[in-house]
Design a protein around this ligand. Sequence first.
Ligand code: GSH
Length: 212
Amino acid sequence: MITVHGSGVSPFVRKVLVLLTEKGIDFTVNPVTPFPCPEEHLLISPTGKIPALTDGDFSLPDSSAICGYLERKYPDINMYPLDAEGYGRALWFEDYADNEVVSVTAAFFFNKIAVKMMGREPDETVIQQIRDKKEPKVLPYLEKEIGNKDYIVGDQFSIADIAITCQFIQRLYADEPIDAEKYPNIARYIDKHMRRESFRQWISKDGFITVD
Ligand SMILES: N[C@@H](CCC(=O)N[C@@H](CS)C(=O)NCC(=O)O)C(=O)O
């Protein structure tokens, strides 16, 4: 049996949960949180980060490695485009979501919600800097790349759409809606994808927002 180790409130764990759900694979969740990281989690995730996956005796850390593994092992429903260009672009946007979009999405969750859980007050200066300094570096590019399309790569829902949507859900959890006047394509795209059943069930379990 496959087990995903990590709390679904993490956008990286969510990426794996949604991919597994889209592929119709049975799995269980072990809701580990990394602060502090339990000793036994380090055995399957040397960085102490979530998610990690176990599949029988096999274990693997890192959401991108896990999703690539699952695609190769369970290829019936493709979450990566089959053509070379589409595949390359999907990997690029997955990486862009995880490493750049995160700075204007999950960063709000961390600085507005997670800090409170750690007993600190949110620092409004830091939060405003994300809006003023980081957003202009990330969101205009994404807005242009999404354009008026349903999917960011080709004509198929892919790992790229999963990774991007997972990050923006984190932003909505932090009560930072996307400015639909400034970024209409991103707002429409996220609103559409977060309504997929594969997202809805995990959003509902997290309990931060309701999707009508
Ligand atoms: N590249 C990793 C990033 C995972 C990650 O940063 N997870 C966060 C939770 S959202 C974490 O475990 N942080 C704990 C830490 O940094 O020690 C992946 O895609 O799995």
